[in-house]
Design a protein around this ligand. Sequence first.
Ligand code: UDP
Length: 238
Amino acid sequence: MTALVYRRILLKLSGEALMGEGAHGIDPDVLERYAREVQALVAAGAQVALVIGGGNIFRGAGLAARGMDRVTGDHMGMLATVMNALAMRDALERLGLPARVMSALEVDQVCEGYAHRRALKHLECGRVVLFAGGTGNPFFTTDSAASLRAVEIGADLLVKATKVDGVYSADPVTEPSAAFYPRLSYDQALREDLRVMDATAIVLCRDHAMPLRVMNINETGALLRLIRGEDVGSLVVS
Ligand code: UDP
């Protein structure tokens, strides 16, 4: 077995990544495909934690723009992340992978609450841990939750899975001439407003020297190559 360069990783998936070609909700085929990517990592000996967003169901800012109280909207957004995490746990378990959902919001009947030491224990026992409910606070994002949990669990690497190959000077979908950045610093990402993650998440990673890879989740096998040390996507460092 090839040695792993990164043994413990936290993978952030946006809620939208679960939609596939749909306009909202969850595409079961896409879910299974991502679950298989995670399965390959676990089979290679990695400890895997996941943070999944909720944008395929609700975003607080979007609801607030249509008149809803922002805090209520954010609560709905956080609950949406719990739903996505439950769906992913189900997909992982169907592949035979033990998985636990730990929520920052208390939803005792459906999953565990987040507890730092228990999360570490799950990871050490080879269980995939899905951190749900974001940070548990309104006005934050799941990028911030991913950064926070990555730092808390001492992840070797935070991976942000996207629909594009990495970090570009502009959105490569709308601007084909955008330049690709194979490696950059968090300060550069902030200075050039590169939208790698939101500023809160970037600053947390920067201040705690948490390396970040931004990569394309739709490239089959890329995650596995990444944790084995291949240069996949863009690397963001302090
Ligand atoms: N959210 C929140 N606090 C958090 C994380 C998320 O209030 O710590 C809410 C917020 O409304 C956000 C929604 O949950 O819009 C879904 O998360 P996010 O937008 O980060 O999901 P993604 O864009 O990754 O799908």
